[in-house]
Write a protein that binds this ligand. Structure first.
Ligand SMILES: [Zn+2]
Ligand SMILES: [Zn+2]
Length: 350
């Protein structure tokens, strides 16, 4: 049996609810025959990291090392791993295990994030009861099925946000079939939204970026939006009523007006929720019935989608706009993210 190289993984863990992580180390799981051990170089900060350390989604098991936009190099691999070699540049996203059995309905339908035996990258437990720990750390050991080669054209620090944010926005575009000429709205121009504009545009869609921040106008147009709509400007918003084929909601702001959002949809349009706002959403039934609008949600992306996300970014030159912070400064980076000041994604450098 191959042994892992790092016997104690040092990282930064949340010890209790709040926006604070502190040095903490853990003994990793034994290196399985299908596992790889990765020395981490970069870790993106995702909104989910904040929700988890603040325990906003409930059930955080502390100590928790978050981070699921991991980029690093393979330093050890189990004896059955043929896909990777030592030194390969790789990424890990928000999931580290699924069963991939033929009799598993989600796994056999490319919906492995919904596998009942699935394990997320952090705050999630393996079948043996051990807790998965994420990327704000020097290393991680995971099943090689959830490890991905990074195209050499993509700077490793830029690849980090593609592992979760990029995949999360691209997954529903692929599955719902967004295509050339479709009118696609994006609500919320942040970590997810600024990538959603680029992916939708590269699929050939006309992209409409909705934001309450007028200073994001130029950036949205540069990223490929056909039009920027300031949500506080009634004329700009009125011009969009009943026009959109798809609307991707990436914002979980308490001020979101879901009824208003739905009024932008064309007949048989589809609203896709990518954020998890607290509490319940309310809207009138009339838009659904009279305009036959559908509403759905989407959770990250499985193995095949992550591969396509990276390949498509390589092919169409899709890159996140990032701010880099040294991992030692992780608490300031988390605070900046929580304050909504990051433009548009923060990547920790290890
Ligand atoms: Zn994420
Ligand atoms: Zn499964």
């Amino acid at each position: 049996m191959v042994e892992g190289k790092i016997n104690k993984i040092h990282g930064w863990a949340a010890m209790k609810p709040g926006i604070k992580v502190e040095p903490w180390s853990y003994t990793p799981r034994p290196l399985g025959e299908n596992d790889v051990e990765i020395k981490i170089d970069y870790s993106g900060i995702c909104g989910s990291d904040l929700h988890t350390i603040k325990q906003e989604w409930g059930g955080t098991s502390y100590p928790a090392i978050v981070g699921h936009e991991i980029i690093g190099k393979v330093i050890t691999k189990g004896e059955k791993v043929s896909e990777f070699n030592e030194g390969d540049l790789v990424g890990v996203g928000a999931q580290v295990f699924a069963c991939h059995r033929k009799d598993c309905s989600p796994c056999s339908n490319n919906l492995d994030p919904h596998c009942p035996r699935g394990v997320f990258t952090y705050n999630s437990k393996y079948a043996d009861g051990e807790q998965a720990q994420g990327g704000y750390a020097e290393a991680v050991r995971v099943d090689s099925k959830y490890v991905f080669h990074i195209p050499s054209s993509i700077d490793p620090s830029h690849a980090a946000p593609l592992m979760c944010a990029g995949t999360t926005v691209f997954a529903p575009m692929l599955r719902k079939g967004v295509k050339k000429g479709d009118k696609v709205g994006i609500v919320g121009i942040g970590g997810l939204g600024h990538l959603a504009i680029q992916y939708a545009r590269a699929l050939g869609a006309e992209v409409y970026a909705f934001s309450h921040s007028p200073n994001k106008r130029d950036q949205c147009l540069e990223l490929g939006a056909s039009k920027f709509i300031l949500t506080s400007n009634k004329d700009e918003v009125d011009a969009q009523r009943h026009t959109l084929d798809y609307l991707f909601i990436t914002s979980n702001s308490k001020s979101n007006q879901y009824n208003e959002f739905i009024s932008w949809m064309n007949f048989e349009g589809t609203v896709v929720l990518l954020a998890l706002p607290e509490g319940h959403m309310t809207f009138s039934p009339f838009e659904f019935v009279f305009n036959e609008v559908a509403i759905t949600g989407s959770l990250i992306g499985g193995v095949n989608i992550i591969k396509q996300t990276l390949e498509f970014a390589h092919k169409h030159n899709i890159r996140p706009i990032i701010e880099k912070y040294p991992i030692d400064d992780v608490n300031n980076a988390l605070q900046r993210m929580d304050d909504g000041k990051a433009r548009y994604r923060i990547v920790l450098t290890h």
